[in-house]
Design a binder for this molecule. Structure first.
Ligand code: GLU
Ligand code: ZN
Length: 298
């Protein structure tokens, strides 16, 4: 099996030390495995993506000494692929429209005496208000609505993946060749019930994007024949959603290599707004690519 990995930044701000670590690690692994390192621009969020950030990504990565094949995949031109997958899931009754706003979700998720609502990797765990409101008519008789967010019905997904009376078929698994935030490594298994409880019915199509990070990342990793996904530990929990989507869409599950996060002096993980640690800023100060490697411990 050829080793193929990718770095998939969103052009919504400058790349910082955390991105440099992720990209160099993926690139080095591909080199040592005689494999390929691909670049993908995750620009589905058109309200935040900017051409100048995309240009800066190419410039910074080349300056770091990384090389990748052209043309680079860009999510903004792949809506037809995302639509096709959404139509498929919709026709199978696995999606439902959700019109709740943030306030509705927070209110419904926090029962009067139970305090703060539960949070999962996608924010507040959706309490399923619109799943229950769903009309009892066959969904596949209708066209997929494109003007409302669509959520994945985890219970229906469990039914689609399992066989009645065989709950084991509802279990998912992936191979972690790196480590999760609590040292999880090797074969990671989970049940759909756990996902329903800890993550909930995720949004697969947003009103403003017509897709979502989870759906696009799964379709694009498959389209690029990615064998190993190298990315930060912050996405370890979300991997379970990706595995469920791969099973529903009959796509292969790559191996995952989640890596540690680069933190600032106070131990906080770097965010896009941490311009102070932007690669471009270090470059302007005369720091070398070798210095950047040393700074992130590579
Ligand atoms: N576009 C995502 C980010 O910048 C990367 C997601 C991934 O590697 O799966 O966080
Ligand atoms: Zn809703």
């Amino acid at each position: 099996m050829t080793f193929r990995t990718r770095f998939a930044p969103s052009p919504t701000g400058p790349l910082h030390l955390g991105h440099a670590y992720s990209a160099i690690l993926a690139h080095d692994l591909a080199t040592s495995e005689n494999g390929q390192f691909l670049l993908r621009i995750e620009d589905i969020d058109r309200s935040r993506a900017r051409p100048q950030w995309e240009d800066q990504i190419y410039d910074d990565l080349a300056w770091l000494g990384l090389r990748w094949p052209e043309p680079v995949m860009r999510q903004s031109v792949r809506q037809a692929v995302y639509d096709k997958a959404l139509d498929n899931l919709w026709a199978r009754g696995l999606l439902y429209p959700c019109t709740c706003n943030r306030k509705d979700i927070a209110a419904a998720a926090s029962a009067p005496q139970e305090g703060a609502p539960m949070h999962g990797p996608d924010g507040i765990i959706y309490p399923g208000t619109c799943r229950e409101k769903r009309q009892h008519i066959s969904d596949d008789a209708q066209r997929r609505p494109t003007d409302v967010p669509l959520r994945l019905d985890m219970v229906a997904a469990g039914r689609a993946l399992g066989t009645a009376g065989q709950p084991i078929a509802r279990m998912g698994a992936f191979y972690e060749a790196g480590a999760g935030p609590n040292g999880e490594t090797g074969t990671i298994t989970f049940t759909l019930d756990e996902v329903t409880e800890t993550i909930g019915d995720v949004v697969l199509s947003r009103r403003d994007m017509g897709t979502s990070y989870h759906l696009s990342v799964v379709l694009d990793d498959a389209a690029q024949d990615i064998t190993h996904v190298v990315r930060g530990q912050d996405l370890f929990e979300a991997t379970r959603i990706h595995v469920i989507l791969q099973a529903l869409l009959e796509l292969p599950t790559p191996r995952y290599i989640h890596h540690r996060l680069i933190r600032d002096g106070a131990g906080k993980r770097l965010a896009k707004r941490d311009d102070a640690r932007a690669i471009a800023k270090y470059r302007a100060e005369g720091v070398s690519a070798a210095d950047i490697r040393a700074m992130v411990g590579l």
